[in-house]
Design a protein around this ligand. Sequence first.
Ligand code: ATP
Length: 446
Amino acid sequence: MAALDELWSYIEEQFHKTMTPMSYTTWIEQATPRSLENNVFEVQVNDSLHKEYWDKNLVTKVIEFAYAYNGIEINPHISIRSDQDQDPVVSASEAAVRAEIPRGDDRLNSRYTFENFIIGKGNQMAHAAALAVSEDPGTLYNPLFLYGGVGLGKTHLMQAIGHQMLATNPDILIKYVTSEDFTNDFINSIRNNDGERFRNEYRNVDLLMVDDVQFFDAKVGTQEEFFHTFNALFDKKKQIVLTSDRLPNEIPTLEERLSSRFKWGLSVDINPPDLETRIAILRSKADNENISAPDDALTYIAGQVDSNVRELEGALLRVKAFAALKHAAITSSLAADALKSLTVAKKDNGLSIRQIQDSVARYYQVEVSDLLGRKRVKQIVMPRQIAMYLAREMTDSSLPKIGKEFGGKDHTTVIHAYEKIETMLKTDKDLKNEVADIRNQLKNRG
Ligand SMILES: Nc1ncnc2c1ncn2[C@@H]1O[C@H](COP(=O)(O)OP(=O)(O)OP(=O)(O)O)[C@@H](O)[C@H]1O
């Protein structure tokens, strides 16, 4: 093991000297050396994209470094770690010294940099793809197509590519537009009879970023114009980055020739962040904005908003404003007060936590007192977590209230139960059916 650790330290040191801090964080810090036997050097990485990058760009260097270190020729073998040994949530800014980023295109948001992007399970592949593109634009993945739900960081990652490319070479030309801007520019160019200026503006850039291509106008030849823009840039090996809320072939108004081109490069999705990542995002946001908030308050907020980072950030700002109004420090109970109206949703009227506990206990043939107790046997832990999950899903109760009604448990216990069941429901069909049964029983209660 010692030989492995020492070799890895040496390799890390060499990469540290030669890579940008952000690349080092993404490619090296997120990799784990596993073994060194018969000169086969096993390294584990997060996903197929990291593996591809390693195989293409880093393996040869590792061989060279190892040879320089002890004169032995090793054979690196890069494998993808399984889901269980994932090591998510990397705060990029922790490890990376903030790169000197010159002022870029005025339309770029200065906050949307790689340094400000928190990497977690849902976005690590998209992040790695974006970083790879910024290091090697126009060749590796062209176009890069980022897709996923609302407010999950697609625009942020896309603009981070722009910032990073400008940081590497301030002379490059970049352009960021939404698909609607493109349409308007095109229509205006026809109206003003200056098609040439329009074409110059779009076809002479090194990086073209088009946000929200699901809104591409189906009329007035816009898509035809974009088709020619795309071809012109692609032929010159200029990088194109696109975002959308879904895959190209799922956009009904998108012409087939565009949709097929959009798939030429790499399409990568961004999924909602898990609890740990949400807390890390809030912590980074709080630090950046000098908001003093204890961990449990951030955990509480992260438990309330789970599928949209923009709303998550909004919730933090709301708590901050509420604290200022009350002249009070931020705590988890203040956060609960501030966010009360967020949790009052369209939920089943009049359903109590007690009714949920009764139904779940009956369904799994356990005692309600077991659900409220602290026994850790599997036959009880699962129904208890399911009951907490349903209490969160089907009532307006706050997390602390749910915790209290489950025998005085902490709200973090409720959040963990919720997250666990939510994750399991994605893959476990039996559990899905059971939870659906209980929901139906509760809905049809007489
Ligand atoms: N992983 C992350 N780390 C830090 N901030 C993030 C992260 N993901 C999203 N954000 C922040 O969340 C907000 C919304 O992100 P963004 O606008 O990029 O989302 P989007 O996916 O493009 O949304 P839309 O579908 O509405 O276009 C931004 O303020 C962004 O900085």
